[in-house]
Design a binder for this molecule. Structure first.
Ligand SMILES: [Zn+2]
Ligand SMILES: [Zn+2]
Length: 135
């Protein structure tokens, strides 16, 4: 009878503390919290914040990606789309986001314009903020 009670007790204690998993200090420099892997709860949160911040402000990464997309679109549309509407054949050199949202790089939101048409469109989009609206 007594032996059974002891075995049950040992089993429960083993399950609670999981002695097979060695703990090591949090990966954050200077933090001595013991964790099974990676960061302690606090620094896990910090790292997520850092990653999110890094993700939103990777201007360099965005720029490179943007350039690559622009190359593809330009190959498909070597002529300014706006000028083309009025029968003019103008080499395109600027990529425009049709809805004005630079983060929307869906192919359907991208078009190639010449510099003149692009700046005209930009001014039109910003019309009302001190700029004369050009029709
Ligand atoms: Zn930590
Ligand atoms: Zn044009």
């Amino acid at each position: 009878m007594v032996t059974v009670v002891v075995v049950v007790g040992l089993g429960r204690r083993g399950g609670d503390s999981m002695p097979s998993k060695p703990l090591r200090p949090c990966l954050h420099v200077g933090c001595s919290q013991l964790v099974s892997a990676g960061y302690c709860d606090q620094h896990k949160k910090d790292k997520q914040t850092y990653d999110r911040h890094r993700g939103s402000s990777t201007e360099r990464g965005y720029g490179a990606r943007h350039r690559r997309i622009r190359e593809v679109v330009r190959r498909e549309e070597p002529l300014c789309r706006e000028c083309l509407k009025s029968g003019e054949l103008t080499p395109s050199n600027e990529m425009d986001h049709i809805d004005g949202n630079a983060l929307n790089t869906e192919r359907t939101n991208l078009q190639m314009l010449c510099k003149a048409c692009h700046s005209r469109k930009t001014i039109r989009e910003q019309g009302g903020f001190g700029n004369k609206v050009i029709h």
